[in-house]
Write a protein that binds this ligand. Structure first.
Ligand code: F6R
Length: 614
C-alpha cells in the first residue's frame, strides 16, 4: 500500500521520481506527489488527487529543479483521497517534507499533544502528524534531521516506511522502516530509496534492504550509513538484483494483466526449472531438503495467506493431504493472527504471499515463530519482508507481477505447492513411485498445456460480449477446483466490479440455487475427474431453473457440451494439476468482460497490489 521513491544524486530528480512512481503505482493510485529540494535549497511540493499521469500534468509548468527529492503514490488509509491528504506532507516551517507508507496507530494521541504545543494540521492523515513531530523535536532539541527522525520514531506505534528531506540539510535524505518495505539503491554518486526495487533497477543493481527499526542516512558524496533506533551502526548487506527492466514493461500487450496471463507458459517453466528432475524421480526443493527432519516429523501444516494466495493455500491443502498425508488447515492470515491459535514446535506454518509484504501474513508469521512453529514461505518478490521473516521457503520465480489482479503468481503458487507436496510425499514415502512419476510428468507438461489453453483467448473474448452487462455471476467447482471457483469469482469481481460468488458445486442446493434464473450465469468448472458425474447433475440443476452455464471442460467432453450453453475446452490433465490449467480461461474471461465494460484492469478501483496495512 502506497509507494515511495527518493533520489539523491547529480541528475534532475523529478524525472527519476516520476518514473519510479509509475513503477510503484500498483501499490496505490488515488493521489500522488513529489517534494524537490531545489538548487537554491527551497522546497517545492506538488501533489494532486488521481494517478501519476495527473501529477505529471499538474507539474507541467512548475519548477521541478533539484537533484534531491522524494515522491509518493497513495492508497488512502487515513483521510479521503484528495489533494490535501496526498503526500508528501510538510512541517509547519515548510522546510521538512516526508512521504510515508504504513499507518501510525497512535497518531490521535500524538496529534493532541502537538496541538497543545501550538501545531495546526491541514490534512486528516497520520503522516502529517509524523512530519510535525519530527519538526517539533528538531526545533526543541536543536538537533539534526536524523536525530529528530529517530526521536520521533521512538514515539510512534505502527508501521512505516518513510523518506524525509529538509532544506536545512539540503544534501541529506533520511529513510526508515518498520513493518513496511524500503529498499536502498546504491549507484555511482547517487542513491535511491523505494518501496521495492522496480524504480531502482535501471540505474543500479546494488541494493540494501532496510530492516525493521533501521534508519538510513543518505548524504551527498558520503557513503551510506545505517543506524538502529539506539543510534548504533547497523550492517550494510549489499545484494545484487536479478531483475531486468523489460520484465517491468508491457512488452506489446495492452495491459500488464494480459501480458501476465500470456506469460504463464514461461513463468511456470521458470518456476519448475531445476526443481523437477527429468527422470521424475526427484523433486528438488532446497527449502525442504535443508530441513528434512522438520518435514518428516511435522504433525500438522497450517497455511496462512490472504486473497488469491489464500485460494492457492486451499489447493495446497488438498495436495498436501492427498500426496503427503499430512493434516492441513488453511487460515486467512487476518483472522489467524487474532484467533489465539494453538501452535506447537511440531507444526509447520506455510505463509503464501506474492508480494511478501502483506501485513496480516507477516503478523501471522511472527506469531507462529513465537510459538516455535517452523515457518515456510512461498513468495514471489525476492528479498521481501516475508521471505526474510521465514525459516525457509521456496520462491515461485514468476517475475514481477504488476497487474493488480494476481494471475501468474497464483499459478506459480499452486505449482510450488504441488512440488512441495511431491517433495514431502517422497520423503515420507506416502506415494507410490508410479504416482510420483505421473505427477512429476504433469508438472513438467504444464508450460505446454498452458500454451494450448491460451488458444481459448479469441473464443473467450467473443463470449465475454454476451455477459458484459450482467450484474451477478456464480462460479461452481468441486474438489481441487472448488478453490478455482473462488479464485475465478474473485478475478471477475475485482476487475469488472460484477458481483460474483464462488461455491462448492454440491453446496449450491443448500442455498444459492435460490438465486438462479435466466439473469444469473453460472461458470461451472467441470474437468473430466472423479467428480465429473456429480458435477454434471449440478449443471442440470442450474439448467432446469433457467440459468445459463459456461462450463470449463476437458477436450472432447460431449456430455456437457450438450447441456451447457458454452464450453471452454482445456487439455486433459491429472486432477491435482488441473487448477493451474483451469485458472487460465477464468483469468481470460474476467479480463475480457472487464475490458468490454471499460474498466481499468491493471488498476481496479479501491485496490492496491501490496496490502501493507491491516
Ligand atoms: C487478488 C489479489 C489479492 C492478493 C492478496 C494477498 O487478485 O491479488 O487478493 O492475493 O492481497 O497478497 P499477497 O499474495 O501479496 O500476500
Amino acid at each position: 500500500m502506497c509507494g515511495i521513491v527518493g533520489y539523491l544524486g547529480d541528475k534532475p530528480a523529478y524525472e527519476i521520481l516520476v518514473k519510479g512512481l509509475h513503477r510503484l503505482e500498483y501499490r496505490g493510485y488515488d493521489s500522488s506527489g513529489v517534494a524537490l529540494v531545489s538548487s537554491d535549497s527551497k522546497l517545492n511540493v506538488y501533489k494532486t488527487r488521481g494517478k501519476v499521469a495527473d501529477l505529471e500534468r499538474f507539474c507541467e509548468e512548475k519548477d521541478v529543479d533539484g537533484t534531491i527529492g522524494i515522491a509518493h503514490t497513495r492508497w488512502a488509509t487515513h483521510g479521503e483521497p484528495n489533494d490535501i491528504n496526498a503526500h508528501p506532507h510538510v512541517g509547519r516551517s515548510g522546510n521538512i517534507a516526508l512521504v510515508h507508507n504504513g499507518t501510525i496507530e497512535n497518531y490521535h494521541v500524538l496529534k493532541e499533544a502537538l496541538e497543545l504545543e501550538g501545531c495546526t494540521f491541514k490534512s486528516e492523515t497520520d503522516t502529517e502528524v509524523l512530519v510535525q513531530l519530527i519538526e517539533y523535536i528538531k526545533e526543541k532539541n536543536n538537533c539534526s534531521l536524523v536525530d529528530a527522525v529517530r526521536g520521533a520514531l521512538k514515539e510512534v506505534v505502527g508501521a512505516y516506511a518513510i523518506a524525509v528531506v529538509d532544506t536545512d540539510e539540503p544534501d541529506t535524505m533520511i529513510g526508515a522502516r518498520k513493518s513496511s518495505p524500503l529498499v536502498i539503491g546504491i549507484g555511482e554518486g547517487e542513491t535511491f530509496l523505494a518501496s521495492d526495487a522496480t524504480p531502482i533497477i535501471e540505474y543500479t543493481d546494488k541494493v540494501v534492504y532496510l530492516n525493521d527499526d533501521e534508519i538510513a542516512i543518505i548524504r551527498k558524496n558520503e557513503p551510506l550509513q545505517i543506524v538502529n533506533s539506539d543510534n548504533m551502526p547497523a550492517a550494510i548487506d549489499i545484494k545484487t538484483l536479478r531483475m531486468s527492466v523489460s520484465q517491468l514493461e508491457k512488452g506489446g500487450y495492452p495491459h500488464f494483466m494480459l501480458k501476465e496471463i500470456f506469460e504463464q507458459p514461461r513463468t511456470i517453466h521458470d518456476c519448475i526449472r531445476g526443481r523437477v528432475a527429468s527422470s521424475g524421480d526427484e523433486v528438488l526443493l532446497s527449502g525442504v531438503t535443508e530441513h528434512k527432519e522438520r518435514f518428516l516429523n511435522a504433525h500438522r501444516v497450517v497455511i496462512v495467506a490472504c486473497g488469491t494466495s489464500w485460494h492457492a493455500g486451499l489447493i495446497g491443502k488438498r495436495l498436501l493431504q492427498e500426496i503427503a498425508r499430512i493434516p492441513v488447515e488453511v487460515e486467512y492470515a487476518s483472522e489467524f493472527r487474532y484467533s489465539n491459535p494453538v501452535l506447537t514446535p511440531d507444526d509447520i506454518v506455510i505463509a503464501i504471499s506474492q508480494s511478501g509484504e502483506t501485513a496480516d501474513t507477516l503478523a501471522a508469521i511472527q506469531m507462529a515463530r513465537k510459538c516455535g512453529a517452523f515457518v515456510y514461505g512461498i513468495c514471489n518478490v525476492i528479498g521481501s519482508s516475508i521471505a526474510r521473516a521465514t525459516d525457509s521457503g521456496t520462491y515461485i520465480h514468476v517475475g514481477p507481477e504488476i497487474g493488480v489482479a494476481s494471475t501468474k503468481a497464483f499459478t506459480g503458487q499452486v505449482t510450488v505447492l504441488t512440488m512441495l507436496a511431491l517433495a514431502i510425499g517422497t520423503l515420507k514415502n506416502t506415494i507410490s513411485k508410479e504416482t510420483r512419476l505421473q505427477i512429476a510428468d504433469a508438472i513438467r507438461a504444464l508450460p505446454t498445456l498452458i500454451s494450448q489453453t491460451l488458444k481459448l483467448n479469441d473464443s473467450i473474448e467473443k463470449l465475454s460480449g454476451i455477459y458484459t452487462y450482467v450484474h451477478n455471476f456464480l462460479y461452481l467447482g468441486r474438489g481441487y477446483n472448488y478453490p478455482s471457483a473462488l479464485e475465478g469469482a474473485l478475478k471477475l469481481k475485482e476487475i469488472s466490479y460484477i458481483h460474483a460468488e464462488g461455491y462448492p458445486a454440491a453446496e449450491m442446493k443448500h442455498g444459492p440455487i435460490a438465486l438462479i434464473d435466466h439473469e444469473l450465469p453460472t461458470v461451472v468448472i467441470a474437468p473430466d475427474d472423479e467428480m465429473h458425474e456429480k458435477i454434471i447433475s449440478n449443471i442440470q440443476q442450474v439448467k432446469a431453473r433457467g440459468g445459463s452455464v459456461i462450463a470449463v471442460v476437458t477436450k472432447g467432453d460431449t456430455t456437457i457440451k450438450e447441456i451447457a450453453d458454452h464450453v471452454l475446452e482445456i487439455p486433459k490433465v491429472p486432477e491435482c494439476v488441473s487448477p493451474v490449467i483451469v485458472s487460465v480461461p477464468l483469468q481470460l474471461l474476467a479480463y475480457h468482460i472487464a475490458i468490454k465494460k471499460g474498466c481499468n484492469v491493471d488498476m481496479p478501483r479501491n485496490l492496491a497490489k501490496s496490502v501493507t496495512v491491516e
